[in-house]
Ligand binder design. Structure first.
Ligand code: PEP
Ligand code: CO
Length: 452
């Protein structure tokens, strides 16, 4: 287990270079808030974390597939019943398509219940000659462009904790009851999605699943159990290290120290540099962790990182989430896979086809093209397959709402439509139609490979 590392402690990160942190005007206030959080119950448990780690091990071995998705940046105001339900519905729909198409179980991980802190490329934002500190996520400051709103407020950490708990409570109840039962697959339909161009392909899969279920239950002569609940795990970028530290706890009868604010924290691209406090913090916790790897990562640096973050070489410990962009994946990914293979280092390879494909549309608005996202994913599948490596999962920014943030897909959001329903506070997300279509296209891609 990771905490046998003698030179690590939950605070050893403090001696390292801490990038992308909030600059609180009142340090004492921050400490009071953190002391409060430290006393309060955790959001997740170590046995859930261990169960996820086991599932990720299976994904690394090609026996399971990881579907990770949710908002780029959660906002407090989106902690709404419909929004949460719709996000679960689209993740359930996508996972059913993937289970069917890839013929393997799926592990569902949300970018939710804690995805509040955002790294920014610029620490200041300038509008009409006025410069203010950048918005860094709802747990730090507010989005409004006023000097007051942009001051980091430690009370927001308590709010983030409470909103995470509220959301998690609802997710757990839904995942454990009738809602998640595959016999009630109709509950997962989204009202507005009935008009989707790909609804027929989805319905065809659903009918086949129903038929198979009926057949199996007829043969067995009783309803098949265990189908009425699903697992949803949580993940977020572990960016706000003082907050993460407050949830870093020893667990009775366990030999690890866990981060109990989420099951699956990851290190973002901007904090994945040599000497980073984020790497130091993550190296000692018992959770599975992700690293976001861009096209500029040198293969030898990846090898050092894998050795540092996964000294026991456990395939379920570390997810390499590549986010290269369709233009760079062909030149960048093979060298990284090759280096890990030669060094005999295990990891779960995932593809985040969103973050390397962000562009600015003509109106100055940030967007991503469905075709580029899909093309990066297909390239990742081909490259891994060609190198006898395994792509074990995908990572999306998505929502169950009918937003217009990414362009393209069969329902054809054009650049001119972006202003209609653009709600993301940071990066553009696939809407519900585009998300389902993406899952269908991944399933198709795997089926084509199987026939080769
Ligand atoms: C993100 O996942 O929202 C993000 C900022 O990604 P990356 O660190 O890969 O840029
Ligand atoms: Co993002």
């Amino acid at each position: 287990m990771e905490n046998t590392l003698l030179d690590w402690s939950p605070i050893s990160w403090r001696a390292k270079e801490v990038a992308q942190q909030a600059d609180y005007p009142d340090e004492g206030h921050l400490q009071t808030v953190l002391d409060t959080i430290r006393q309060q119950p955790p959001l997740v448990t170590s046995w859930e974390i261990q169960a996820l780690r086991k599932q990720l091990r299976e994904a690394a071995a090609g026996k399971r597939f990881l579907l990770q998705g949710g908002d780029c940046a959660e906002s407090f105001e989106d902690c709404e019943e419909e929004i949460i339900k719709n996000r679960l519905k689209i993740l359930l729909q996508m996972s059913v398509v993937l289970i069917y198409g890839l013929k393997m179980p799926v592990v569902r991980v949300g970018r939710f219940a804690g995805q509040y802190a955002k790294p920014r490329s610029k620490s200041m934002e300038t509008r009409n000659g006025v410069s203010l500190p950048s918005y860094r996520g709802d747990n730090i400051n507010a989005r409004e462009f006023t000097p007051e709103a942009r001051i980091p407020d430690p009370e927001r950490l308590i709010k983030a904790y409470h909103f995470s708990a509220i959301q998690l409570n609802f997710v757990r109840s839904l995942a454990d009851g009738n809602f998640a039962d595959i016999h009630n697959i109709d509950y997962w339909s989204l009202g507005f999605a009935q008009q989707s161009p790909h609804i027929e392909s989805y319905q065809a899969i659903i009918s086949k699943i129903r038929e198979a279920l009926r057949f199996a239950e007829t043969v067995a002569d009783y309803p098949i159990g265990g189908l009425n609940q699903v697992d949803f795990y949580t993940s977020h970028e572990a960016l706000h290290l003082p907050y993460e530290e407050a949830f870093t706890r020893e667990v009775p009868r366990s030999d690890s120290i866990y981060n109990l604010s989420t099951h699956f924290p990851w290190i973002g691209k901007r904090t994945l540099f040599e000497g980073s406090a984020h790497i130091e913090y993550m190296r000692g916790i018992g959770n599975p962790i992700g690293i976001k790897v861009g096209a500029d990562m040198a293969p030898s640096d990846l090898v050092s990182l894998l050795r540092n973050l996964n000294p026991l070489n456990d395939p379920g410990r570390l997810a390499i989430i590549t986010r290269m962009g369709v233009a760079k994946i062909e030149s960048a990914l093979p060298g990284l896979i090759d280096a890990a293979q030669r060094a005999g280092l295990n990891a779960l390879w995932c593809c985040d086809p969103m973050h390397g494909n962000t562009e600015t549309a003509s109106g100055g608005i940030k967007t991503r093209r469905f075709d580029n996202i899909l093309a990066e994913l297909e390239a990742a599948i081909d490259i891994h397959t060609g190198m006898k490596s395994i792509l074990g999962g995908v990572h999306f920014e998505l929502t169950g709402e009918d937003v217009t943030e990414c362009v393209g897909g069969a329902s054809d959001v054009g650049e001119a439509d972006l202003n209609l329903r653009y709600r993301s506070t940071v990066d553009p997300r696939l809407n519900a139609h585009q998300s389902l279509e993406m899952a269908l296209r991944i399933a198709q891609k795997y089926q084509t490979l199987e026939q080769l």
